[in-house]
Design a protein around this ligand. Structure first.
Ligand code: HEM
Ligand code: HEM
Length: 162
């Protein structure tokens, strides 16, 4: 992975698109939970618009994240901003955690829904609080950079640079 001065337009677009889709999944996942309960009870689930939205949005996240990881590998990303060793470790591991969940959330959802694997549904459910925690920490860190450290880090996800 080579270091760059900033993120590309595509990387920035993908970051914000995936962020919106993930937040959508977290807020509107309930209908999918109800459909799954019906499956568990042996009934035919109601395939309403929100259930389809959950399935399709999840598939989109998976595709976009694979694209994003490929770009990360081929094009590279800017270096973690300098800070205390603890902050730098938290940034690196926080991002790794987000990537892992962005891949495993749709993967376990699909395994539950299409493979009927109950354990996958249980893991998928645990991902909800984990994702919320990581995203909250991530946003808090961005705001800390913006308003306390005032190092303009947020600009890296707004303005593309080579
Ligand atoms: C209001 C919400 C958000 C803000 C303000 C924000 C802000 C940022 C900023 C400033 C960076 C660049 C950090 C750097 O250059 O070191 C970044 C990177 C990143 N963000 Fe977000 N983000 C938000 C939401 C999300 C969400 C919802 C996710 C995924 C669930 C996410 C995943 C990531 C990942 C994985 C990176 C690392 C990119 C890389 O270097 O490969 N972000 N974010
Ligand atoms: C980024 C991708 C995804 C995220 C963040 C996500 C998130 C969620 C959330 C928040 C719930 C509600 C949990 C609850 O409170 O009961 C849920 C339920 C569910 N989702 Fe997803 N989902 C994603 C992708 C998918 C995909 C692609 C599928 C299937 C094709 C799927 C299948 C399910 C099923 C079967 C449930 C009900 C069982 C359970 O609660 O674990 N999900 N999902």
């Amino acid at each position: 992975m080579s270091a760059r001065r900033g993120y590309s337009v595509t990387q920035i677009g993908l970051h914000w698109a995936v962020a919106v889709l993930i937040v959508f999944q977290l807020i509107f996942g309930e209908s999918m939970g109800e459909a799954w309960e019906a499956v568990e009870e042996g009934a035919v689930p109601q395939m309403g618009a929100m259930v389809w939205a959950h399935i399709l949005t999840g598939a989109a996240v998976l595709l976009l994240v694979v694209w994003r990881l490929a770009l990360r590998r081929t094009r590279g990303v800017p270096e973690t901003p300098a800070g205390s060793p603890l902050m730098m470790k938290a940034a690196v591991w926080g991002h790794i955690g987000l990537y892992v969940l962005m891949v495993l959330a749709p993967a376990t959802g699909r395994a539950a829904w299409y493979g009927g694997i109950e354990a996958a549904a249980e893991v998928h459910e645990i991902f909800k609080p984990l994702l919320i925690l990581l995203v909250a920490g991530h946003v808090a860190a961005s705001l800390f950079h913006q308003f306390v450290l005032k190092d303009g880090l947020l600009l890296r996800m707004k303005r593309p640079l080579d």
